[in-house]
Design a protein around this ligand. Structure first.
Ligand SMILES: [Zn+2]
Length: 490
């Protein structure tokens, strides 16, 4: 159906079938101001084949446009965008009658660039869709367009927070966080509690490629066994007290038949073997929540190297395959070095954490070979301690919205804070989806394993239709995206 001169990250992610044919680059003239990648409709009869074109990424090239924040239709994105000037000249080598079809706006709302179309219906995107995805997933956008001074200031603030926090009385901690919240509330991206940009971008691009293909585009559904969304329950145990209070949250889960994952800190308090054993006996999972919960595990490569042997030792002892960083501290390049099967330290959007931001994804994704499982419901601490909500309403609204979008609802609660409203709200959340036959209720390690199986499976032509090949073939389901509308619900 499609063939591409380079790997196309968007198709890889959704498991859309296509062939990589490096020989397609022949004729992509070397004198062009920027290199152009091409995805071609493979089985067109007659005429010039329709293509999707985009600029190749040339790290370090002087002709490379600057990275920026842009708006297209109703979503925000971050990428190196080819801004005009050299575009028409370059495109003239690839088709006839190119003209701007849709405007791309800059941060102030001014037109900056365009999506181009030619007479045959080919489309040129002035950015690399794979880069757009990576900017979101890695929170790379946090570093674009900000001065290094601001960044080091923020890092210093973060370090200060961890140094001071243990000695501050809890009410003072909360007052500080609420004051900080007023500042964070003003940041316009990512929006909170829901930031749709990345998923709206996916839908837009699906519509575009289905339009080019002139037929529905098959892809692999994110979830197995015909389930339409996933609910994943995780807990971080912060202190001794939390360790003793596990049943505040485990109790309602047990009653309603849920299983969950529990992340412990190896060297901050005594983690009784009996506790771990009892959780595993009930089918729960155990994960590693940093080494000491002091914000230093990922402080630098040197610190990580020093701590890693001990982190690995506890992971092996606890048979833990998952990691959750304390206070969701994260460094994109370092996370895969931790050696876990999955990490769950990114949030889809969270302006309230000491390291604010958001990957904007409510589906799992890869960081090298590490599966990232983003936290997609606001944390208990944010909702009940900082924002002082009284019930589960915010949780339920977002969870229902994510259910409609076939997404992953990944919940993080702490037994340490569960004495007040959290336990009641948590019970309401569990009750709301108890008996929902559309949900895949899974442990994070199961989601990570599934995501790997799905990523090593692909679609192949079989007669008039498609069939799934690979480890996910028995459980996966084929879906189709159409040109006029991308239907998230089959
Ligand atoms: Zn923690």
């Amino acid at each position: 159906m499609f063939e591409s001169c380079h790997p196309f990250a968007f198709f890889d992610y959704f498991r859309v079938p296509y062939a990589v044919r490096p020989e397609l680059t022949a004729g992509h003239g070397e004198r062009l101001p920027f290199s152009v990648h091409e995805l071609r409709i493979a089985d067109q009869s007659g005429g010039r084949p329709r293509s999707l074109l985009w600029p190749g990424t040339q790290a370090g090239s002087p002709a490379r446009p600057a990275i920026g924040r842009y708006r297209l239709r109703d979503f925000t994105f971050f990428a190196h965008v080819a801004l005009g000037g050299t575009v028409p000249d370059t495109l003239s080598q690839f088709g006839r009658g190119w003209s701007p079809a849709e405007q791309i706006l800059g941060e102030e709302g001014q037109p900056q660039a365009a999506i181009w179309r030619d007479d045959d219906g080919s489309v040129f995107l002035p950015f690399d869709p794979g880069e757009v995805m990576l900017q979101f997933w890695s929170e790379g956008y946090e570093r674009s367009g900000r001065s290094p001074v601001t960044l080091s200031g923020r890092d210093a603030l973060l370090r200060g927070y961890y140094l001071v926090r243990p000695v501050l009385p809890r009410p003072v901690q909360l007052r500080l966080r609420r004051a900080y919240t007023r500042v964070q509330g003003r940041s316009s991206f990512p929006s909170w509690p829901v930031e749709d940009s990345l998923h709206t971008f996916y839908a837009w691009l699906f519509g575009l490629v289905a339009g080019l293909a002139g037929q529905p585009v098959p892809f692999l559904d994110p979830w197995p066994d015909g389930r339409s969304w996933a609910l994943v329950l995780t807990h971080d145990v912060e202190t001794d007290a939390g360790c003793r209070d596990i049943d505040l949250l485990r109790g309602p889960e047990r009653e309603l038949g849920y299983r969950s994952s529990w992340n412990f800190v190896p060297l901050r308090y005594q983690v009784p073997d009996d506790t771990l054993h009892a959780l595993r006996q009930e089918g729960c999972e155990v994960g590693v929540h940093g080494l000491r919960h002091d914000g230093r595990d990922l402080g630098s490569r040197r610190l990580l190297a020093k701590r890693l042997p001990m982190i690995r030792e506890y992971a092996d002892r606890w048979q833990a395959v998952g990691f959750r960083s304390p206070a969701t501290q994260r460094q994109w390049e370092m996370m895969p070095r931790l050696g876990f099967e999955y990490d769950s330290s990114y949030t889809d959007t969270d302006p309230y954490e000491p390291q604010p931001g958001g990957c904007c994804s409510y589906l799992p994704y890869f960081n090298e070979s590490l599966v990232e499982l983003p936290i997609t419901l606001p944390q208990d601490h944010t909702v009940f301690s900082i924002l002082q909500h009284h019930d589960a309403d915010l949780w339920l609204r977002k969870a229902r919205l994510l259910r409609e979008r076939n997404a992953m609802v990944l919940v993080l609660t702490h037994p340490d804070y569960a004495r007040d409203r959290v336990a009641d709200a948590y019970r309401s959340l569990l009750e709301a989806f108890h008996g929902d036959s559309t949900v895949w209720h899974a442990l994070p390690m199961q989601v990570a394993a599934w995501w790997r199986e799905r990523a090593s499976s692909s679609l192949r032509r079989a007669g008039d239709g498609w069939q799934i090949e690979g480890p996910a073939s028995a459980r996966a389901r084929i879906r189709f995206a159409t040109a006029d509308e991308y239907h998230p619900v089959p």
